[in-house]
Design a protein around this ligand. Structure first.
Ligand code: SF4
Ligand code: SF4
Ligand code: FES
Length: 230
């Protein structure tokens, strides 16, 4: 099977280039398995991974131009299998990118906003099942940034005009969170909620299958409209 891998050392190379390898194929071979084979047997490649199961978000890259997680994406025996770094993020080396422009913002968003610390009564109170069902899927987000890399609005307008789905999912999570007291609706609107064209690309590339992005966007939009913020 043919596999082409992006190589790039910013201290030496003017721009990224592809190197082609021949990899022995087996049924249901993942992109990550192909990379590990190349790295162990053919040539060193710089790439990142940890959990091998869509949890850590570290193996985000692109196969034939489509952003994906390498550990749960299959290569094709007769395909081109062109592996490049996650689009839209600065390349550190080969397939490793710097995602901090999104992940550091997500960290800030995830910090609960509170006027006063949580009380024991609040902590011990049972969580409303409806709220739990809204929050639980969003907790599965690996912050991999695959959806942000695939979002056509982020590509067109940049993160300043639309923070993109990874950050918006974090805003949605804290919007549903009964312990959070921040105004997450304003945060979503200021983050470009209404610039999203609701194309659903984020959902189609996301491997956290529990997450229904469009329903989160719909809830935030409805709350914004109710307050005349649309
Ligand atoms: S929503 Fe999905 S694709 Fe987007 S960052 Fe979270 S896990 Fe990754
Ligand atoms: S639905 Fe919105 S956030 Fe998701 S990919 Fe499309 S424009 Fe981006
Ligand atoms: S290795 Fe953790 S998500 Fe792929």
């Amino acid at each position: 099977m043919k596999v082409s891998v992006q190589k790039y050392d910013p201290s030496i190379d003017k721009e990224p280039y592809l190197e082609e390898f021949e990899v022995p194929y087996h049924k249901n071979m993942t992109l990550l398995e192909a990379l590990v084979y190349i790295n162990d047997n053919l040539a060193p490649i710089v790439f990142d991974y940890s959990c091998r199961g869509r949890d850590c978000g570290r193996c985000a890259m692109a196969l034939d131009g489509t952003p994906c997680l390498a550990c749960v994406t299959l290569v094709k025996e007769d395909g081109d299998n062109v592996i490049t770094s996650l689009p839209g993020f600065p390349i550190v080396r080969d397939l490793v990118v710097d995602k901090t422009k999104v992940t550091s913002r997500v960290q800030q968003i995830m910090a609960r906003k509170r006027a006063k610390p949580l009380t024991l009564d609040e902590i011990n109170a049972p969580v409303d099942p409806e709220i739990y069902n809204k929050m639980n899927p969003l907790e599965q987000c690996a912050r991999c940034c695959v959806c942000t890399a695939a979002c056509p609005v982020v590509a067109e307008m940049g993160l300043k005009k639309f923070v993109g789905p990874t950050q918006m999912i974090a805003i949605g999570l804290r919007y549903y969170d009964p312990y959070d007291q921040g105004d997450r609706v304003v945060e979503a609107v200021q983050g470009g909620l209404f610039n999203c064209i609701q194309c659903g690309t984020c959902t189609s590339v996301c491997k956290a299958l529990e997450i229904d992005h469009l329903s989160v966007w719909a809830d935030l939009r409805a709350a914004a409209e109710e307050r005349g913020l649309a």
